[in-house]
Ligand binder design. Structure first.
Ligand code: ATP
Ligand code: MG
Length: 176
């Protein structure tokens, strides 16, 4: 018997404290569109799409073999794309984030996974189907990034929800 494939992706899970701060700020903004559920807030690093269950183990081994450094991600750009995605993005890309995405991409491609060839545009989605950018000024959130995770995206009675299949710490760095 074959089991159905899983919809997998690697992402940075939004820490609980930051989730609280972002959703509290979002509640005060006149938002159009469908807000992303607080428990789904994340920043995608690599989208793998439908994969057999048997790939979880090699993906976890691949993730565990990376040696990325921790960093602070400052989200300070509120923006909307033409596809209706309202999001927060960093005005300045931390080199550690670029390095983490590059390491992951290179290792996944070398292992035979297909990935999007589009440039990496890191963002945390706030709402979908948003028809216009709210007039509010961009907030600033500092995200202490200390882990990344492998998620499965699932259809549930409450809509799409993500479940962590594994997570890996980033190497602590001495404060500068
Ligand atoms: P839904 O599609 O059910 O409305 P969703 O977009 O949150 O919800 P998924 O489509 O499973 O859930 O996507 C999981 C994550 O992967 C999201 O961050 C999404 O933006 C990203 N993603 C989905 N499809 C692609 C793709 N083709 N290329 C790159 N990233 C993708
Ligand atoms: Mg989607």
């Amino acid at each position: 018997m074959t089991t159905p494939p899983l919809r997998l992706f690697f992402a940075l899970p939004c820490p609980a404290q930051l989730t609280g701060d972002i959703t509290a700020w979002r509640a005060g903004v006149a938002l159009e569109g469908k807000p992303v559920a607080p428990e789904n807030l994340h920043l995608t690093l690599a989208f793998l799409g439908a994969q057999p269950r048997g790939q979880i183990e090699p993906l976890a081994a691949l993730a565990a073999s990376l040696t990325p450094a921790s960093f602070i991600l400052r989200l300070d750009r509120l923006a909307r794309w033409k596809n209706g995605l309202l999001h927060l993005a960093p005005g300045t890309l931390p080199p550690e984030l670029v390095d983490l995405e590059r390491q992951l991409r290179q290792r996944l491609l070398a292992a035979g996974f297909s990935l999007e060839s589009r440039a990496f545009k890191p963002h945390l989605t706030l709402a979908r189907h948003c028809t216009k950018l709210p007039g509010t000024p961009s907030p600033t959130f500092d995200w202490p990034v200390s882990e990344f995770a492998l998620f499965v995206s699932e259809n549930t009675a409450k809509g799409t929800r993500y479940r962590v299949l594994g997570q890996w710490p980033l190497r602590p760095q001495a404060p500068t």
